[in-house]
Design a protein around this ligand. Structure first.
Ligand SMILES: *Cc1c(COP(=O)(O)O)cnc(C)c1O
Length: 371
């Protein structure tokens, strides 16, 4: 951490040891000097950020050529997705402006995050979701956090159009990734990657829906590069689901379909920014099929012990698809945007594993185990 705000001030040696792991204070306090906050900003935080960058040896071996692959496991944020990085900023700034209510359109994770942070700040949280296309865990969260949930018979893009108009005409603040504070908060993930690696990776593989996160990561890498904390910038490799790949096709998709519901978006809100990131980083947008996504999802869990949601696995699916084009010895970071517990239905469907039922008898159980 560049500013090292959580290193203990204590000079007592034993306390130093205990406190060198002093509690993380959340990303706004940690990266305050890089963020548009002041002493007048009431920081609304659940201590998001500081998520692990984990080596994935099995996947590295699949890629071969001495390539080192890491995953940035952002599913370990307080509500289980990277959306918390943006939401701590968006809700803190909304609170600073005196907002009493926020609204978002959501494929699920934004609504869970908005609900948690808004309720913590004492605000009403309105969320608009596409009926029938939100993973169970996400809906459960929004309900219990106390969001006011409106399901529409339409897709995400239609929901976003309506909430945009609502926020223009009524006293309610929009917290989708078109809210610029969201991207400011999300860029801290790139800071953490560079802080952990002491350099920027060669490739940053990332699932793309509305393209807010890819834009935010790029902002973060560029800022750290300007500060001299890394001497190069990554190629930004964005991956979309094949049935929902407007940036790959170069046209809006009217009826996007994919198992990866978090990236089921046909008209990305940050379209222009995403193209600019691709060009500036000499990156690419590519599509991965649902089969490829689910295979990466299964490999991550069964071979690496890492449970992410299907949309997140698009980053690893994309890397495996393009593995022949990675340079030997390269460092690759794949962003795992959300936690697997968000979507238990997909896990149960994809797994060919089954629960084995037996009577509670030692010999029977031992036999079943193959002993
Ligand atoms: C929101 C989300 C995405 C897509 O991020 P964008 O910023 O919309 O491109 C990907 N995966 C998960 C799990 C998400 O919640």
């Amino acid at each position: 951490m560049r500013t090292q705000p959580f290193i203990s001030q204590s000079t007592h040696p034993e306390l130093m040891i205990q406190k060198s792991a002093a509690q993380w204070k959340g990303l706004i306090e940690t990266y305050r000097s890089y963020l548009p906050v002041s002493n007048a900003t009431p920081v609304v935080t659940l201590l998001e950020g500081n998520t692990p960058l984990i080596q994935v040896p099995y996947i590295s071996k699949l890629v071969g050529k001495g390539v080192q692959v890491f995953v940035k496991y952002d599913g370990l944020n307080p509500t289980g997705s990277f959306k918390d990085r943006g939401m701590t900023m968006a809700i803190s700034k909304a609170a600073e402006a005196g907002a009493k209510a926020v609204i978002c359109a959501s494929t699920g994770n934004t609504s869970a995050s908005a609900a948690a942070y808004a309720r913590r700040a004492g605000m009403r949280a309105f969320v608009m979701i596409p009926d029938g296309y939100v993973a169970l865990g996400k809906l459960a969260q929004a309900l219990l956090y106390g969001a006011e949930i409106i399901a529409i018979d339409g897709n995400f893009d239609e929901a976003l159009r309506i909430v945009r108009q609502l926020s223009e005409n009524y006293p309610v603040t929009l917290v989708n990734s078109v809210n610029p504070y969201r991207l400011e908060g999300q860029k801290t993930a790139a800071f953490e990657v560079v802080d952990a690696l002491n350099k920027a990776p060669d490739w940053l593989c990332i699932p793309v829906g509305n393209a807010g996160n890819i834009t935010a990561y790029w902002m973060g890498f560029c800022e750290y590069h300007q500060q001299g904390y890394c001497d190069r910038l990554p190629k930004m490799m964005g991956f979309q689901a094949a049935g929902s790949a407007p940036l790959v096709m170069g046209k809006q998709i009217h009826h996007p379909e994919t198992v990866a519901t978090a990236i089921r978006i046909g008209n990305p809100a940050n379209w222009e920014k995403a193209l600019a990131v691709k060009d500036a980083s000499q990156g690419e947008f590519n599509a991965v099929t649902d089969e490829e996504i689910l295979e990466a999802y299964r490999i991550l869990a069964a071979e690496e012990g890492i449970f992410c949601e299907p949309a997140s696995a698009a980053s690893v699916a994309g890397l495996l698809k393009l593995k022949d084009r990675v340079s030997s010895g390269a460092t690759v970071v794949c962003v795992l945007t959300g936690n697997g517990l968000k979507d238990p239905d997909s896990a149960i469907k994809v797994s060919d594993n089954a629960v084995k039922s037996v009577i509670p008898d030692l010999a029977t159980v031992a036999e079943l185990m193959g002993f």
